[in-house]
Design a protein around this ligand. Structure first.
Ligand code: SAM
Length: 251
């Protein structure tokens, strides 16, 4: 909403398009598959509207779907607001159908924050308490967004990081499954799907963006595509220049 590729910035048009598409997505999804929808906020005249409200409404009519998580994707860069807190998160609604569904938590575990933590009471007192394969990434994901300087940056105005799509693809689909992104943009979901050994179908209305996606798939096939692995965000060390506080800074 409000990006250069949007024909309309009316919420009613956004809602109408999603509502039209939603039943087809439900129909096309396998019984053990998932639907994930990532969106941010629409801001107009200082008022923000969470666009996932519209997605939630559109899918609410489907009795076959169950909302499993509302994931907050947080990131470090964006507009510096003066009249409200700067927006640094968007959301992903993750739906499955009723019954069994694929959820491979082990495929997306992240490093433990306190790997040396031990049980302090009970029969396992003194033993390490964390899972050695990492912890559940939770429903708050801190993954750098794709701004200038990011290794994945193309000229697409709203590119998602590969790591974001990878978590969803790796956890929610199996080897050889097909991943569909009806708003494929620069092809990020396709890259995550192909990296994980899935098949991919993408739709993109703008030929310029479709060409970017094609070039990225080809670079992936050649082994030359650059992307940021899903690793914890590095904090600058105290001795680095960016960590030094100028004399006139109060905090
Ligand atoms: C948020 S962007 C997707 C970005 C993508 N995840 C990426 O990482 O590059 C949404 C994309 O949907 C495309 N789009 C909008 N309406 C469409 C439609 N009706 N059919 C197909 N693509 C559409 C836009 O051109 C835009 O590239």
């Amino acid at each position: 909403m409000g990006k250069s590729y949007d024909k309309s910035t009316k919420l009613s048009d956004f809602q109408a398009e999603i509502s039209k598409l939603a039943p087809s997505l439900v129909r096309l999804s396998k019984d053990n598959g998932s639907i994930c929808w990532q969106v941010g906020y629409h801001a107009k005249n200082g008022e923000v509207y969470p666009l996932d409200y519209a997605i939630f409404e559109a899918f609410r009519t489907s009795r076959d779907l169950v909302l499993r998580n509302r994931i907050a994707w947080t990131f470090g860069h964006g507009e510096h607001c003066r009249d409200r807190f700067s927006g640094r998160h968007e959301t992903i609604l993750w739906y499955t159908k009723k019954g069994d569904y694929i959820f491979d938590l082990d495929a997306v575990r992240v490093p433990q924050k306190y790997p040396g933590k031990r049980h302090y009471k009970g029969p396992r007192r003194g033993e390490f308490s964390g899972n050695p394969f990492g912890k559940n990434p939770s429903d708050v994901w801190d993954i750098p967004n794709v701004k200038a300087g990011h290794v994945e940056k193309t000229s697409h105005p709203c590119q998602f990081p590969v790591a974001l799509a990878q978590r969803l693809v790796n956890a929610l689909s199996g080897s050889g499954d097909t991943v569909l992104d009806p708003y494929a943009g620069s092809g990020t979901t396709g890259i995550a799907a192909l990296l994980a050994g899935r098949r991919f179908l993408g739709a993109e209305v703008n030929p310029k963006y479709a060409k970017i996606a094609e070039a990225r798939y080809q670079a992936l096939a050649r082994g030359t595509l650059r992307y940021r692995a899903d690793l914890p965000i590095r904090s600058p060390q105290q001795n680095e220049a960016v960590s030094q506080k100028p004399d006139h800074f109060h905090f």
